[in-house]
Design a protein around this ligand. Structure first.
Ligand code: PXL
Length: 285
């Protein structure tokens, strides 16, 4: 049997609303990966559309977890970071990667900061600059359009975008992250939506577009990023992994749309997990 790959997911736990760790862990497990986690904060719900949520910042707990793992000699095939509980955590996560990542560890940073041109309310205006530094240590970053503009310190605009603009944004992001880039929320018209990828190894800029499903479905960025990582861990190329992530995200959205439920409650990514396993080639037996 092949060696099982081990991933450390570093995100918040939103106890209700399906995003961050409650999405990443089950998706990565379904992909056959050993999943470990460092929670960055605990919230009663995510911040997207709920009011009155609880918020416990776990900044102080992060490094002790990494020290302990280090003392146990644990190694990781990937470290995957998402929503961070405080600005200080961006530096702490850099230290964590120094402790638990080896030369062969893939560091994937989803620079979770905002949506629809708006910084999430828990972050201050200085957060994007701090996130920029963390992206410099990543082998893969997965910003959405809002996060890309924040990282580039440029004013957001809604799209549709042109190929030339997306290409320019990818070029800008290469000055922030030396690794692979998967830019989500890319669209050239109102009918489609997808991602643009840049692979510094080949220099290729490619697009992965799918039919747009109307509506704002919460947590889809996390479904996309976790599935992307799962596919990369299974050896798919960046472009193919971006395609699998797009297909699985669309599937989760269309399943949710058919259920007609409160969109703040997250997408039904669970229903199609057997399909994800097949997409990743885990359908034998
Ligand atoms: O899905 C990104 C995310 C993660 N964690 C928290 C959030 C959000 C988006 O709103 O609020 C707490």
């Amino acid at each position: 049997m092949e060696r099982q790959k081990r991933v450390a997911a570093i995100h918040d736990i939103s106890c209700f609303g399906k995003c961050s760790l409650t999405v990443a862990l089950p998706l990565l497990s379904a992909a056959g990966l050993e999943t470990c986690c460092i929670p960055t904060a605990v919230l009663s719900t995510h911040t997207g559309g709920f009011s009155g949520y609880t918020y416990r910042d776990l900044t102080e707990d992060i490094l002790p977890v990494a020290h302990h793992w280090n003392s146990l000699g644990l190694t990781f095939d990937a470290v995957y970071t998402g929503f961070l509980g405080s600005e200080e955590q961006t530096e702490i996560i850099e230290q964590v990667t120094r402790e638990i990542a080896t030369e062969s560890t893939l560091i994937m940073v989803d620079p979770v900061m905002g949506d629809d041109g708006v910084l999430y309310p828990v972050f201050s205006d200085t957060f994007p600059a701090a996130m920029r530094k963390l992206c410099a240590r990543a082998h893969v970053i997965v910003p959405n359009m809002t996060e890309a503009f924040l990282l580039l310190d440029e004013p957001y605009h809604h799209g549709p975008y042109t190929e030339a603009e997306i290409s320019r944004i990818l070029d800008g992001l290469t000055t922030i992250c030396p690794g692979k880039i998967v830019l989500t929320g890319v669209h050239f018209d109102e009918k489609s939506l997808g991602a643009a990828t840049f692979d510094p190894e080949t220099g290729a800029k490619e697009f992965v577009l799918r039919d747009r499903v109307d509506g704002f479905y919460h947590g889809t960025g996390d479904v996309y990023a976790a599935t992307l990582l799962a596919a990369l861990m299974h050896g798919f190329t960046l472009h193919d992994a971006a395609g699998i992530a797009a297909d699985y995200t669309v599937l989760s959205i269309t399943t949710t749309k058919a259920m007609d439920k409160d969109l703040r409650y997250g997408v039904n990514f669970e229903y199609n997990l057997p399909t994800l396993m097949r997409m990743l080639g885990r359908n034998e037996g």
